[in-house]
Design a binder for this molecule. Structure first.
Ligand code: 4AD
Ligand code: MG
Length: 434
């Protein structure tokens, strides 16, 4: 699809395009002029092509206007597709007409600028090839996830982002003034998904989640895209089976549909095609033993930080599940392990190569008494959760679910150093503009 009367740039490389006339419009990637010939690399959403424009073909005035176009200026070109071994892709468009749509001011972005400057100019920086490749893969990832979930008969639902509850722990929620009453930006859609589970049995939501964590790490954003799934009649074994099938499925789809972008970004598609279930499972107590043996200052009950997760996964090729955490370091709604009241039926999926947690999931406590006790223990207000406790009063059933951080998984899949490279306008403690 192209604007009426225009071809896409990619058309210049079609087998039958040689010798034909094309009409293109787009942005100037770079240009130089020498001896009455202007060389322009023209970009649109389908790719880029070299355009050569001669002063004698264009006329003196249009030529001199074209010479003044800056990088990222916009032009229209009519010309003939020709073979040229020196041009990228082996072809060029020889212009008979060149119209300047917007010559543009000097583009402020070029090589070797600081990260801070590039973040200030993010609205322009996202035109770079690296960002284009990243966000094409991100769109494909979201599509692949939806296709997988659709295939599993999981229903897409639309829980709210504004809430009167802070579900994952009040300290890290963004508080807002909701017409004079306290409100929060959602940290998770889980509690609402649990309510939606009763009429639909298998539900998911893809929503922004907000975390008011001051963590300045390469894997924390204050706003991220959260895919959350909730499954009825599900135990921990089946939950992990579902998660690993989902991760492998989307990794394979990306390798098949976006091999060029993956390679460009430094992830050989073959590495994603090699992912296979089952992923290794490691119990928390085994992990603690392993870490103690490596000299980490941890003991049973310690929460595992970035360094510990890294040590557990640095040598892995596949993600691994870490299971059965002490209940004290996990959320109030997690189901106590049958036969061990100290641990919960929960699992984090950790990415290989030290990229850290991708998914947090668990079975949910079904007993209204035990759940109330846990809400009290974590110091939350039982009354605020009364609506949630209703779910345990009317047909409570075993169920489980998980949350996947979209930018987290993308960071690992695309080997990005910092999570901010996986979202067009990153939100971090230091920045919420542009
Ligand atoms: O482990 P978390 O906190 O789990 C929950 O919110 C559950 N209620 C989800 C559920 O069971 N429905 O968050 C889930 C995932 C993490 O594994 C991580 O991938 C991502 O969300 N995440 C973040 N991603 C980017 N920046 C942050 N600050 C993140 N915090 C969590
Ligand atoms: Mg977690």
């Amino acid at each position: 699809m192209s604007a009426p009367g225009f071809d896409a740039v990619g058309r210049a490389f079609a087998p039958d395009a040689l010798g034909k006339e094309v009409r293109l419009h787009g942005w100037v990637l770079r240009s130089r002029s020498s001896g009455g010939i202007l060389f322009v690399v023209l970009r649109d959403r389908t790719g880029s092509v070299q355009v050569t424009a001669r002063r004698d073909a264009l006329g003196a005035e249009p030529f001199s206007a074209a010479e003044k176009v800056q990088a990222e200026g916009a032009i229209e070109v009519t010309g003939t597709v020709a073979e040229d071994r020196r041009a990228p892709g082996g072809r060029e468009v020889r212009a008979s007409r060149l119209v300047v749509v917007d010559a543009g001011q000097p583009f402020p972005i070029f090589s070797d600028q600081t990260e801070e400057f590039l973040l200030d100019k993010r609205h322009l920086a996202i035109r770079s090839q690296e960002h284009v490749a990243t966000f094409r893969v991100k769109a494909e990832l979201l599509r692949a996830l939806r296709e997988f979930l659709d295939g599993e008969e999981v229903l897409e639902t639309t829980p709210p982002i504004l809430s009167g509850n802070a579900a994952e722990g009040g300290a890290e929620a963004f508080r807002i003034d909701y017409f004079g009453r306290p409100g929060y930006l959602s940290q998770t859609a889980q509690l609402y998904l649990e309510a939606l589970l009763f009429p639909h049995e298998r539900v998911y939501a893809l929503t922004p989640s907000f975390r008011a964590e001051k963590s300045r790490t390469p894997r924390h954003l204050t706003e991220y895209l959260h895919l959350e799934v909730e499954l009825a009649w599900c135990d921990l074994a089946r939950l992990l089976d579902f998660e690993e099938r989902m991760v492998c499925s989307v990794a394979h789809v990306l390798a098949e549909r976006r091999p060029k972008e993956l390679s460009e970004l430094g992830r050989p598609p073959e590495e994603l095609l090699a992912l296979r279930p089952p992923f290794p499972r490691l119990r928390y107590d085994e992990a603690i033993e392993r870490l103690e043996a490596q000299g980490f200052p941890v003991r049973w009950g310690s929460d595992l930080g970035t360094a510990e997760e890294k040590a557990l996964t640095l040598e892995e090729k596949s993600p691994i599940f870490l299971t059965h955490f002490p209940k004290e370091i996990k959320a109030f709604y997690m189901l106590r392990s049958p036969g061990d009241a100290r641990t919960v039926e929960a699992a984090d999926l950790l990415a290989p190569e030290g990229y850290g947690e991708l998914i947090g999931g668990s079975c949910r406590e079904t007993d209204v008494g035990l759940l109330t006790e846990r809400i009290r223990e974590v110091g939350a207000n039982v009354e605020e959760y009364d609506w949630y406790l209703d779910l345990r009063r009317h047909g409570s059933i075993p169920h489980a679910g998980f949350g996947l951080g979209i930018e987290r998984i993308l960071r690992w899949l695309l080997r990005r150093e910092h999570i901010r490279e996986t979202t067009p306008f990153p939100r971090t403690p230091a920045r919420h503009t542009p």
